[in-house]
Structures are given as structure tokens and as C-alpha cells.
Design a protein around this ligand. Sequence first.
Ligand SMILES: C[S@@+](CC[C@H](N)C(=O)[O-])C[C@H]1O[C@@H](n2cnc3c(N)ncnc32)[C@H](O)[C@@H]1O
Length: 215
Amino acid sequence: MASSKRSFVLRHTRLRPVPGLEELRLHLADEVLPLWRAAQLETGDPDAPLPYWAFAWGGGLAIARYLRDHPEAVAGRRVFDLGAGSGLVGIAALLAGAASVTASDIDPFAAAAIEINARANGQRLAIVKRDVLDDEPPDVDVVLAGDCWYESLLAERIQPWLRRARAHGLDVLLGDPGRRYLPADELQGIATYEVRTTTELEDMELKLGRVYRLT
Ligand SMILES: C[S@@+](CC[C@H](N)C(=O)[O-])C[C@H]1O[C@@H](n2cnc3c(N)ncnc32)[C@H](O)[C@@H]1O
């Protein structure tokens, strides 16, 4: 099963540099909708999630740029990448010197993509394939979450979980390109980047990706 997910990812993507982060390469697709259809056929599930894992999203790109500029945010520390998708944020954390990264995503294709992408960048990370949002915060130093505020239900569940993580003393950094459900008033903006997303689903190719700290 896992190997069929891996071969699906490899069949439908191409390894290429990430715009603005050319030192990092990911297996990326060109178009969302044909790939979504292929994932529905592969799984036999008409409700299969969008293949987020095949694209680099604005929020993740912003955090990855921030970590390149500020490696001290993660260097030598244990990191959890929530909603990892392709693994972009977690891989950027490892390249910035994180001691370890655990990437989490509920989409089984994402788990395969994260593993393939980590290896393509000479990195290793742990992968949690289940929904952790009802669990206690993980035993790490830093939580990173890139572009997870695109759906109201998900945003409503993520925010209390991140607040609990912060209350446990973890640093929490978020990346977001201006999604509707981000509660920006609870957050401290710490950096802004012009990011070039790799999905045609966005209304603009160039977006402002912001990095926030949960205070
Ligand atoms: C827009 S993508 C962002 C991916 C990556 N962080 C980036 O910025 O490129 C959001 C990801 O969150 C994942 N996701 C949705 N609900 C989740 C949950 N409850 N726990 C973990 N991941 C989840 C989706 O499967 C998707 O891969």
C-alpha cells in the first residue's frame, strides 16, 4: 500500500527546485485538478482530498524562507511540522539545522511525498500519519504550521491546539498568505516575503506570505 502511494507520487510529479528556495527540491505537480482526479481513481474515493502534497503553498514558502534567514529559530531544536503537505517546512527546518523533525499530515499520499522529498534533499524525518489535533501537544521545542487556514473547520481545530502547545512552552510559528480563517489578531507578525506559489488554484502567482509567532 505504502509503496503504491510512493509510486503514485513519483508518477505524477517532477523533482524541481522550489521558487525562491532553489537549494530545496521537491516532487511537484503542474496542475491540481487532473492530479485530484487521478487520486480519486487510484483510491476509489470520490471524496479524496485535494493533492496539497504536490504543491508548495504560500504559507509554507514563507516559513521556509524565514528559517533560511533565521536558522536560530530551529537550529539544534526538535520541530513538529503540522499539516506538512509536501514536507516543505520540515525539510527547510532540517536544512536550517533542526535536531529532528516530525512531519504530520492526514493524507496518506502526503506521507509518501514527505518521505520522498526528505530523501531528495538528503534529510530524514519522522512522519505522523494521523490527526493529532485532539492529542496533547507533541514533545518538541518548536511547532511550525504552513498554510493551514484555508478551511473554517480546520482553522477552528488548529488554533486551540496551537494555543495549548504555546501554553506548554513550545515556540509556535505560522506561515500564511492571507487566508480568510487566520486569526491574525492573536498573532505577532515577524516577517513578510513575496512568495511564488506552485499551484494554479491561487488567484495570484505572487503572494505576500507572512510569518507569525503565536504570543
Ligand atoms: C495547504 S496544505 C499546506 C502544506 C504545506 N505546509 C505547505 O505550506 O506547502 C495543508 C495541509 O494540511 C493537511 N491537513 C489537513 N487537516 C489536517 C490535520 N487535521 N492534521 C494534519 N494535517 C492536516 C492537508 O492534508 C494538507 O496537506
